[in-house]
Design a protein around this ligand. Structure first.
Ligand code: ZN
Length: 319
């Protein structure tokens, strides 16, 4: 939305900083520089560990063949932009866990140094730096595991729900749980420590807003109007057969075939209703016409890719 500054590339992923973050970064850097070495180290540790956290998500996603475009620093930390995660509890669970796992692993690796420092075997400065590094990683790992969808813990919760129910219901439950956690975070931030945790209400707002956006995206993918719950139509498949919903909201799936040269053959028993508001009825068959000698044309390939049904061979085959 606000553009970003390109920093470099790691594992084929662009590392960027949102312009929104730069003024905050300048303020943090100046106050850290004034307070000395430990504050500068704290800032570097936070940014470095956030980057490693996001790299954890990104590399896990790449392992599942997803494309990761960029990792971006913005106001509330980092975010890895990737192609849409499939609705698979295992894939989503592993990708969500990979970020916090990096921080908890770093904390575990720091533990021996922490114990050395606690026993007085390190210099006071080294002890302090080790403590800071451990605290940063514990905080990043554990905070992100809070079950506040779309934070990592919330995604893990949805993945766990989705092993027992459909994806939409699992998302509804995870988002509802996340809103309670967000409310608790906001209240805690406002009342605890005399409002010192000013970031918590902002994070709570983000959780509420982004969780609702993602929930609506999942609802639309499953053919449910975002406001359907208000009208008692919360069940997926409430508008079957690719019809318009009662609210005139087009289903997100299946996609209508749009190629001009290629007309989907419709079932004779199910003629298209006039005025179906641009949403095609799910075609029972697809006819891409004559295949040229050199192979399928791009338009034919596109039409086949968009065809929502199973692809089978056969001239007059009935579904
Ligand atoms: Zn994360």
């Amino acid at each position: 939305m606000f553009g970003s500054l390109y920093l470099g590339r790691l594992f084929g992923i662009q590392i960027r900083v949102s312009w929104v973050f730069l003024p905050l970064f300048a303020i943090l850097l100046m106050s850290a520089a004034q307070s000395g070495l430990v504050s500068l180290f704290l800032l570097a540790a936070v940014l470095g560990c956030v980057l490693l956290h996001e790299l954890g998500h990104a590399l896990a996603a790449q392992r599942y063949g997803l494309e990761v475009q960029e990792i971006k620093f913005w106001l509330l930390g980092g975010v890895a932009q990737m192609s849409r995660i499939p609705e698979d509890p295992k894939v989503e669970g592993v990708i969500a866990l990979a970020g916090p796992a990096v921080n908890l692993l770093l904390a575990l690796l720091t533990l021996p140094l922490f114990l050395l420092g606690a026993a007085g075997n390190l210099s006071p400065t080294a002890t302090h730096l080790v403590d800071v590094f451990l605290a940063v990683n514990l905080a990043l790992g554990l905070f992100n595991l809070l079950p506040a969808f779309p934070m990592d813990g919330g995604r893990l919760l949805r993945a766990a729900f989705a092993t027992r129910m459909n994806w939409l219901t699992a998302t509804e439950l995870a988002v509802r749980t996340g809103r309670w956690v967000a409310l608790a975070l906001a209240l805690f931030g406002i009342f605890a420590w005399q409002g010192g945790l000013f970031l918590l209400p902002i994070i709570a707002l983000y959780v509420w807003w982004q969780g609702t956006l993602e929930l609506n995206a999942v609802r639309m993918r499953h053919g449910v109007h975002p406001l359907a719950a208000l009208f008692g139509q919360a069940m997926p498949g409430a508008f079957p057969g690719g019809q318009d919903s009662p609210f005139g909201f087009p289903r997100a799936e299946p996609e209508p075939t749009r190629a001009e040269e290629v007309q989907p053959r419709r079932e004779p028993s199910a003629p298209t209703e006039p005025g179906a508001r641009g949403v095609a009825r799910r075609p029972a068959a697809i006819d891409v016409g004559e295949v040229p000698r050199g192979g399928l044309t791009q338009a034919q390939i596109d039409a086949l890719e968009r065809f929502p049904g199973r692809l089978r061979r056969g001239g007059d085959a009935t579904p």
